[in-house]
Design a protein around this ligand. Structure first.
Ligand SMILES: [Zn+2]
Length: 109
């Protein structure tokens, strides 16, 4: 087994586990029971950890890197809905106002 990720909270750990599971990689969650003992130990030794089989480790690390870069990426420029003209933030793939897909939007110059 190899540790591929340490999460600052259980929510992040659960998210990473789900991602790995969707890709067919089984993982163990360790340390989750230590959450109440923070104080005597360095905090990041109490973080929930994701462990996978050695054979899955490089693929798991790749998936986690992709997840982290997706989360860190800027949302992109505003785009304007072709149907109603509403400005939408870059992370949305359809107009929040009328529901038209982004592909109908004209390319911004
Ligand atoms: Zn619209």
């Amino acid at each position: 087994m190899k540790k591929v990720y340490a999460a600052p909270d259980l929510l992040s750990a659960g998210h990473v586990r789900n991602l790995l599971e969707q890709s067919g990689i089984g993982s163990d969650l360790r340390n989750y029971y230590l959450g109440g003992g923070v104080g005597d130990l360095p905090v990041n030794e109490c973080w929930p950890e994701i462990w996978v089989d050695d054979g899955d480790a490089s693929r798991a690390e790749q998936l986690i890197r992709e997840l982290q870069s997706a989360l860190a990426a800027p949302p992109g420029p505003l785009w304007h809905c072709a149907r109603c003209g509403e400005p939408n933030e870059g992370q949305f793939s359809e107009c929040w106002r009328c529901g038209a897909p982004r592909s109908e939007a004209p390319q911004t110059p």
